[in-house]
Design a protein around this ligand. Structure first.
Ligand SMILES: NC(=O)c1ccc[n+]([C@@H]2O[C@H](COP(=O)([O-])OP(=O)(O)OC[C@H]3O[C@@H](n4cnc5c(N)ncnc54)[C@H](OP(=O)(O)O)[C@@H]3O)[C@@H](O)[C@H]2O)c1
Length: 362
């Protein structure tokens, strides 16, 4: 019997055009495994994969018909067929999947902890995305932890590493760190990491929209929360800007307000994906794209094997305990529910406390 996969496809040129297609699952070759994708998280980060699909290669992970793209997501799946001697049917994996019901993985480098997909179309892309954790072999893995892991863990690594990068650079001499899209889970993770590390003399300021201000204040992660239209009220002390929103107007407002008092402008995300007008020749430093793998590599060299993971784990555990107080996880089941989540997040209608999980097939 031929299995069929339901694939959620979007137009590469217009993320508002989306459709489902049912396609036969390809036959396995020696070494392949077939994973039935169980459930996955969906946040603005996944929309950013689509926005930068062409520019940064995110469309290359999961091939799609001409002009269409398959948005990558972080989630869990079960091995339902295996032609790899070291991977058993029934194993559960965590990693990077398409919004589809099945994925064929060309399994390689299988260790007790992980394996990789060595498919040629993925080979040029960052290794972190091609790695699958064999959670069935992980004594610390529980079903209960899966939503928080899928929703927050990929984002939190970046949050932690930005805090570390800023500390490593003496906060560029700044007295305040200003985060845009303060309500995003990546910014919340960074604000938490900054507070957890109790960085002396550094004020943590969150910028957000009116609708999300009270939620952001109530987390207690920021020293001050300011709406985008009040950027002009911020004290012109030396500042570092960590830009999760990537919007042209917020960036211009920050650069124009702080000008030479802006010590560093760190470009991380693109939640304000429809406001990407680039303002040339802004005052202050040129925005620099943050590349987490560089800092991770540096710390592996500085600290030796295992130390970075140990440090991340300490703050992650504290963060997880804290988010239990505000994160509201829910799961959409079936294609219509998955599509509704996609559009809710795309249009910026999702509440920041919402943790969306999605399951294509019950
Ligand atoms: N470079 C990296 O390595 C890296 C790693 C992780 C994350 N990131 C980026 O960080 C960003 C945050 O991701 P996340 O998953 O943490 O986001 P999230 O939790 O889903 O963020 C939701 C928030 O983003 C803003 N937002 C979302 N959609 C919007 C829309 N259509 N229009 C206007 N505002 C919108 C709103 O915040 P406000 O109202 O507060 O603006 C909203 O509360 C993404 O762009 C992601 O790609 C980058």
């Amino acid at each position: 019997m031929t299995l069929h996969s339901q694939d959620f496809l979007v137009s590469r040129g217009d993320l508002r055009r989306a459709e489902w297609r049912t396609q036969p699952v390809q036959a396995l070759k020696d070494g392949d495994i077939l994973v039935k994708i169980d459930h996955f998280a969906f946040t603005a980060n996944n929309i950013t994969y689509g926005v930068f699909g062409q520019a940064m290669g995110y469309w290359n992970f999961f091939p799609a018909p001409e002009g269409l793209g398959r948005i990558p997501v972080w989630g869990f799946g079960n091995v339902v067929e295996s032609r790899h001697p070291g991977v058993a049917v029934g194993e559960r994996l965590y990693g990077y999947f398409p919004m589809s019901s099945y994925l064929v993985i060309e399994a390689d480098r299988a260790s007790p902890a992980s394996l990789i997909d060595k498919a040629e179309h993925r080979a040029a892309l960052a290794a972190v995305y091609n790695n699958y954790q064999r959670v069935s072999n992980d004594a610390g893995h529980t079903t209960e932890i899966e939503p928080a892991q899928a929703i927050l863990r990929p984002l939190f690594m970046t949050s932690f590493v930005i805090d570390d990068f800023l500390e490593d650079n003496g906060f560029f001499g700044a007295k305040q760190v200003i985060l845009s899209s303060a309500s995003s889970k990546t910014s919340l993770g960074l604000a938490f990491a900054l507070k957890h590390a109790a960085r002396k003399g550094i004020e943590i300021i969150g910028l957000t929209s009116d609708a999300n201000k009270v939620f952001v204040e109530n987390t207690g992660y920021y020293d001050k929360v300011v709406t985008y239209d009040a950027i002009g009220t911020l004290a012109k002390d030396t500042a570092v800007f960590v830009d999760m929103a990537g919007g042209g107007s917020v960036r211009a407002a920050i650069h124009n307000h702080f000008a030479e008092a802006l010590a560093y402008s760190c470009s991380v995300g693109g939640t304000h994906w429809e406001d990407r007008e680039i303002h040339e020749a802004l005052p202050g430093p040129k925005p620099t794209l943050f590349f987490a793998p560089s800092q991770i590599k540096k710390r592996h060299t500085d600290w030796g094997p295992g130390e970075l993971d140990k440090r991340v784990a300490g703050v992650w555990t504290a963060f997880l305990a804290d988010v239990a107080g505000w994160l509201k996880v829910s799961e959409g089941v079936g294609p219509a529910a998955v599509e509704a989540i996609y559009f809710e997040v795309l249009e910026g209608r999702a509440r920041p406390e919402q943790g969306h999980m999605a399951r294509i097939e019950a």
